[in-house]
Design a protein. Structure first.
Length: 297
């Protein structure tokens, strides 16, 4: 990919919502119930280890810093009912306290102060995930939520060596009722793939009960329910083929996570190969622009 191509794609958009970005984030600590005020940049440095790990190369840490900052600023109304902007859990971004920041993550925040991803003049809640499995997903195919940015799926070979690039899981038929109950059906006789999005991910599945009652569920919700029952390493993504035998459903899949936006394993490998932060952002956030807001308070 040529530098000129990237430069045009990453041409600075107009500054967005600067005054709001400078206000400290109010973070709801879910264990204590307290709300802590934390500057945006200190928050970004502290969430990076939990989201991508402190050992990632600088360009990958910086790309993740831009994503984490964008996500936090775009989602800061999420906990308004509780007098906060964001919570400290997976629901928003994992924040374990300011002491989680390291020299490397502080450097990544400092190297990207105020840098955010925007679309149509607004900061986007930039999605990211562990391993895309070869192709990223379109956010609107993952979430039933109009607030999500319109990003274009891209091919990605950089994560092919990562753990979780390829996976399989056997779902015993006798466990199907448990899954059905988690998805709002009292029981189920069988499950089938009912739809795929244009990147090939399973967008819908259908559960059918004895007597014919059925329910169509989103791929995202199926994976979430399976993860809650069998752990995150069961149905690692919705990019899977499903076959069945008398006793089980066999899922063979690619990637780990929802697949939208930044592929962390791919970003780490690209940074190791010498790609820049902007090249990484330009690939995984195709459709968005890089802009700068005043986030230093
Ligand atoms: Zn939250
Ligand atoms: Zn990838």
């Amino acid at each position: 990919m040529g530098a000129a191509f990237l430069a045009s794609r990453l041409a600075a958009a107009r500054p967005a919502a600067s005054s709001l970005a400078a206000r400290p984030l109010r973070v709801l600590r879910t264990v204590s119930g307290r709300v802590e005020e934390i500057s945006v940049e200190a928050y970004v440095a502290a969430v990076l280890p939990g989201e991508i790990g402190r050992r990632a190369p600088a360009a990958a840490l910086e790309a993740q810093a831009v994503a984490a900052r964008s996500y936090a600023l775009a989602r800061r109304t999420r906990h308004a009912d509780e007098g906060a902007d964001l919570c400290d859990a997976v629901h928003c971004q994992v924040f374990l306290g300011l002491s989680s920041a390291t020299a490397e993550t502080r450097a990544a925040a400092a190297a990207t102060v105020g840098v955010v991803l925007v679309q149509k003049g607004r900061i986007i809640p930039a999605p990211f995930h562990a391993v895309c499995g070869g192709r990223t997903a379109r956010p609107r195919d993952v979430w039933d939520d109009e607030e999500n940015p319109d990003l274009f799926p891209v091919e990605d070979d950089a994560c092919s060596g990562a753990p979780g690039f390829a996976w399989s899981f056997s779902l015993p038929r006798k466990e199907l009722p448990r899954l059905a109950q988690a998805l709002g059906l009292p029981e189920a006789r069988f499950v089938e793939v009912y739809g795929r999005d244009d990147t090939g991910r399973v967008s819908m599945l259908r559960l059918v009960a004895h007597g014919g009652a059925s329910r169509v569920v989103r791929g995202f919700d199926f994976r979430k329910a399976a993860s809650e029952i069998w752990g995150w390493a069961s149905v690692r993504s919705t990019a899977f083929e499903m076959s069945e035998s008398r006793t089980e459903y066999f899922l063979a899949g690619r990637g780990t996570g929802h697949g939208a936006g930044l592929c962390q394993a791919g970003a780490i490998e690209r940074a190791r190969r010498g790609e820049t932060r902007d090249a990484i952002l330009g690939l995984y956030y195709r459709g968005a622009l890089v802009s700068t807001v005043d986030s230093a308070s």
